[in-house]
Design a protein around this ligand. Sequence first.
Ligand SMILES: [Fe+2]
Ligand SMILES: [Fe+2]
Length: 273
Amino acid sequence: MALSMGSNNRPVRVLQFTDTHFFRDESGKLLGVDTASSFKEVYKLAREQFGTPDLYLFTGDISQDETEESYRRMVNAVSDAGAPCYFLPGNHDRRHEMRRGLLGDGSPFKTDRQIIVGKWQIILLDSLIEGAVGGRLESGELEFLQKCLKERPEFYSMVCLHHHPVEMGARWLDQIGVENGSEFLNVLDNASNLRALLWGHVHQQFDQRRGAYKMMATPSTCIQFKKKTDDFGIDPLPPGYRWIELGADGTVVSEVMRTDKVARGLELSSAGY
Ligand SMILES: [Fe+2]
Ligand SMILES: [Fe+2]
């Protein structure tokens, strides 16, 4: 548990960056895109548009090559963050290398998975199955979620993970979401104060309400996937990020913002990534 603010009524301000896909080498590219440069543009835009948030969320696929050095490059890229950065793993991450690379003296990255801030708790879940593309919430994760929800009923909750727990309407993507998504949603649907559910992985914007909570997915800071297609495809949309304001009365206001150009070098005809 971490970060606590006074009992004032201002919203908790969050910036989410997802699927940054960093490499160890400066020449590393994903489908023609220099992922670190693309992230830097998105990060700069976010700081210009939104200022310094109360906290940052990195919702997985921070690395593409699973190296400790790729994570250190991320630490360098956000050295002026000015607020704590929280993270969870995606299918392209490796837990051990991620922790070793992101954490340490002078790094803004923190390990907390239950963040208490203002009138809110933000719960970070690990849906990674190492070696697999799809994800799963193991029983330990579901127990952790239930424990957080139960012990802090007076706080509104936002739950974050990498993989999508609901169908996105794209055949190839829907095979690589959370494999026990319905079990997970059953826990969430029974939570009294859940107001937001946030993920990455799908490299596209998604905003939909489900009962009392808002479900949100966010574009990657590098390449975007075509929506609602049977097979993998690249969408020529610019990279982006999401800002979220978590109100003291439980309201959630959020918007996806994008740069004005498609990531430089993008290869549109790729058959996979
Ligand atoms: Fe990704
Ligand atoms: Fe992913």
